[in-house]
Design a protein around this ligand. Structure first.
Ligand code: OGA
Ligand code: MN
Length: 286
């Protein structure tokens, strides 16, 4: 197994391992340790079946289930796809296209849930000829780069995260039923969190973070935007340009990500599993 760090404060590419094969604990331990260190691991040319994708994801913990009905019969897999049931493509500006467009804003998966996710594993099934990369930003290094006075001020602050707020800005909410929307109330999360395994502090925000509890809504929204803009700058960012078959796992606790757009007349099909932050309860994902 070869581990090659990216030229950023996060990310590494791992080759020489077959994620679909039976993996002993020692090998998995090496992957897990690299994941804690780099936050994002890229595994090129894996071409995992849905079953193998789910099985490898389960090594990290319990999986979230999709809140929306999955047409492929794998509740643990969320398909990010612009392909319609009839084989045509959803235009970027259709409701479904806008629903997907939400992913182009910096975010961490499931931060709008009371128990946010631990990790996401994204596998590329079909990729466009150009565009459609995924960018990652290191919120540990972003915390380290803050002025000490700002670190101290943020220490006890709590942000309100809301999917209805974040997706409402983009559109596409009608893809969700009323019952699904009702299952998405705002939740609160500390802005500074410590990683449970490494103890490193990090910023925790992104597009679902609407404002800071107890602060002026407009001012704190502007501050969150500025903190996020400043955080997602080199050397804290890296981009993965996908080939079909690639798999990437990232740590949602300390990494933000966003998808790049691609030509609307081209197919992009990605499959994601989401590892729950805590076992049991509150298990659905989006
Ligand atoms: C995700 C996501 C971005 C992309 O899978 O959670 O935000 O590039 N994906 O598809
Ligand atoms: Mn995402």
């Amino acid at each position: 197994m070869d581990i090659t760090p990216c030229e950023a404060t996060l990310g590494a590419t791992i080759t020489g391992v077959d994620l679909a094969a039976k993996m002993d604990d020692a090998t998995f331990g090496i992957i897990e340790a690299a994941w804690y260190k780099y936050g994002v691991l890229i595994f090129p040319e894996q071409s995992l079946s849905n079953e193998a994708h789910i099985a490898f994801s389960r090594r990290f913990g319990e999986l979230e289930r999709s809140i929306t009905k999955n047409r492929d019969g794998y509740p643990e897999i969320i398909m990010l796809s612009n392909v319609k049931r009839d084989g045509g493509l959803w235009p970027h500006e259709s409701e479904h296209g806008l629903f997907l467009k939400g992913n182009t804003g910096w975010h961490t998966d499931s931060s709008f849930k009371r128990v946010p996710s631990m990790a996401s594993l994204l596998a590329a099934h079909r990729v466009p000829d150009t565009g459609g990369g995924t960018e990652y930003a290191d919120m540990r290094a972003a915390y380290d780069a803050l002025e000490p006075a700002m670190q101290a001020w943020l220490e006890d602050k709590v942000a309100v995260h809301s999917y209805m707020y974040s997706q409402g800005l983009v559109g596409g909410l009608s893809v969700l039923s009323e019952a699904e929307q009702a299952a998405l109330p705002p939740v609160e999360h500390a802005l500074i969190r410590s990683h449970p395994k490494t103890g490193r502090k990090n910023l925790y925000l992104g597009r679902h973070a609407s404002h800071i509890l107890g602060q002026d809504e407009g001012e704190s929204r502007a501050l969150l935007q500025k903190l996020c803009d400043d955080a997602c700058q080199p050397p804290r960012t890296t981009t993965h340009y996908w080939s079909a078959g690639d798999v990437v796992i990232w740590d949602n606790r300390c990494v933000l990500h966003r998808g790049q757009t691609w030509p609307g007349d081209q197919t992009r099909v990605m499959a994601r599993t989401t590892i729950a932050g805590e076992a049991g309860g509150n298990e659905w994902a989006l």
